[in-house]
Design a protein. Structure first.
Length: 502
């Protein structure tokens, strides 16, 4: 089915109710793999970080990574889950071209964390609770590179290359319960959930959760059921979606695709699908297996994991401030409304503003530049704020130059422009472009006298009591000084020269 055959989103939601399930894989930031001592460092030569265990050699035996278990417990606690007193690993069997032992060590019916929830805030401030089915430990597969085709996928490729450095890296898979009741906001809920989960993972310090690097990826399960029905429809699973925007687009596309198929009398296949970033569409991958197809059985080479209650409570007590709590605290400290705080969150500016304040700026100035000039430039460039070529320390320096009177807002915008253009640090840009505010009283006085002489009619109006007319003279002085004068001081000098009270 092509994009042009989709029904409209509004038509789909008028007839059907979406049901979602989100499976998020988080690559843990441990130094070694989940079941062996191989390094997890990125960027190594292909197949250089392997050993008999992660290559599945006969006679090799796995050992559980203790930091991986600790990270799993922390994630479970932060997601308000129950932590198992006893759980086991299992073998998940099917042909893995990128998993040399031909099974994945995972957890099946005995996850380490279960029955939790995460409250997420939508763009208008509404809070939606997403219930968590489970969070379980497993290992990642290797990386396949398909060569010779037009799409980079296996279909049409002439051959494939396998890199097993990633095979065995610790993963936590977080699975939601079916998400119902979101209606037309289902795609927005999906995006908000993954965004909040990413912030939580980063706050825990268990992963950098960089989606663009595959450290966090989402499988979007979606089905539709007719309005008023109770039985869920057949689901599709869009695999390995790796950005917040793409999660939202994938859910929206699948709602429209399912609706088109069902409305025309067709049948939805239970299958995996690939997401295409260029147009937001999905295409068929393979028929989706059921749990029994994986022939799960307990892993005989690993002892069960039994976290003591004392240890679990120690970890609970040591959890950092979680994202929603932190945002509420910052909102009060900064004195902003819930609406403004939501705008800051939506812009991805919270951590940038915090870092700018830590670098010496006041909260109001930090918010002003990140949410004003820098947000505008990021939108124009079609990029995220965090990807802008300027650091919080540099923004703090711009704030300081303004506060100290060396720059006005117009000049500060030019400094930011120079920093983004790669012209150096703020002070270097000021020096190279000659952007300091004209503060010499003699030079300012001369410019004011010249403006008064050139605009005698306006000067007479001001003398007669029409003080608002001073703005025209201020503008003339600012033009003469190329915007480098202190406008407030210029106004004071004009009124002094004309003998008028301010």
């Amino acid at each position: 089915m092509t994009v042009t055959e989709l029904v409209s989103y509004e038509e789909a939601l008028a007839t059907f109710e979406p049901v979602m399930g989100l499976e998020v894989h988080v690559e843990l930031g441990t130094k070694t793999k989940m079941f062996c001592g191989c390094s997890t460092e990125l960027g190594a030569e292909p197949n250089s970080q392997t050993c008999p265990t992660c290559l599945g050699m006969p006679g090799s035996l796995p050992v559980v990574n203790a930091v991986g278990v600790e990270s799993a417990v922390k994630i479970g606690l932060a997601l308000n889950c129950e932590i198992a007193e006893w759980c086991r690993f299992a073998r998940k069997n099917y042909f893995y071209p990128d998993m040399p032992k031909n099974f994945q060590t995972s957890q099946y019916d005995e996850p380490i964390a279960f029955n939790g929830y995460l409250d997420v805030q939508l763009e208008d401030g509404e809070v939606f609770r997403v219930e968590i089915e489970r969070a379980h430990m497993e290992e990642d597969t290797g990386k396949s590179t398909h060569v010779g085709g037009a799409t980079g996928r296996i279909h049409g490729a002439s051959h494939s290359l396998l890199d097993y450095n990633r095979a065995g890296i610790p993963l936590i898979e977080i699975v939601t319960k079916p998400i119902t009741g979101a209606g037309e906001r289902a795609p927005e809920v999906a995006k908000a959930y993954v965004a909040e989960l990413r912030e939580l993972i980063k706050a825990l310090g268990v992963s950098e959760a960089r989606m663009e690097m595959g450290q966090m990826r989402c499988d979007v399960n979606l089905s539709l059921m007719p309005k008023g029905a109770q039985k869920f429809g057949t689901r599709s699973e869009t695999k390995n979606v790796n950005s917040l925007r793409s999660v939202e687009r994938a859910a929206r596309f699948e709602i429209q695709r399912h609706a088109a198929v069902l409305s025309s009398g067709g049948t939805i296949l239970q299958e995996t699908r690939h997401f295409h970033e260029e147009d937001g569409s999905t295409t068929s991958g393979r028929i989706k297996e059921e749990a029994e197809d994986y022939r799960y059985f307990p892993e005989p080479d690993l002892v069960p994991v039994a976290p003591s209650r004392e240890w679990v409570e120690e970890l609970r007590a040591g959890l950092p401030e979680l994202p929603r709590v932190r945002r509420n605290r910052l909102r009060e400290e900064w004195g902003v409304s819930e609406h403004d705080m939501q705008s800051i969150l939506n812009a991805g500016a919270v951590d940038l503003i915090v870092a700018t304040i830590e670098a010496g700026a006041d909260a109001a100035s930090a918010r002003k530049w990140w949410m004003g000039e820098l947000s505008r430039r990021a939108n124009e460039a079609g990029t995220d704020l965090a990807a802008m070529e300027i650091t919080p320390e540099q923004v703090a320096r711009v704030c300081a130059l303004v506060a100290e009177g060396f720059l006005n807002d117009k000049l500060a915008r030019q400094v930011i422009e120079g920093v983004l253009a790669g012209e150096g640090a703020p002070d270097e840009v000021v020096e190279k472009r000659g952007l300091k505010v004209v503060s010499d009283e003699g030079a300012l006085g001369t410019a004011v006298d010249e403006a008064i002489a050139a605009n005698a009619g306006i000067a007479d109006k001001i003398r007669s009591g029409k003080v608002a007319a001073a703005g025209a003279l201020v503008g003339a002085v600012m033009k003469a000084t190329r915007g480098q004068a202190d406008a407030a001081r210029v106004r004071e000098l004009i009124l002094e020269r004309l003998g008028v009270e301010g």
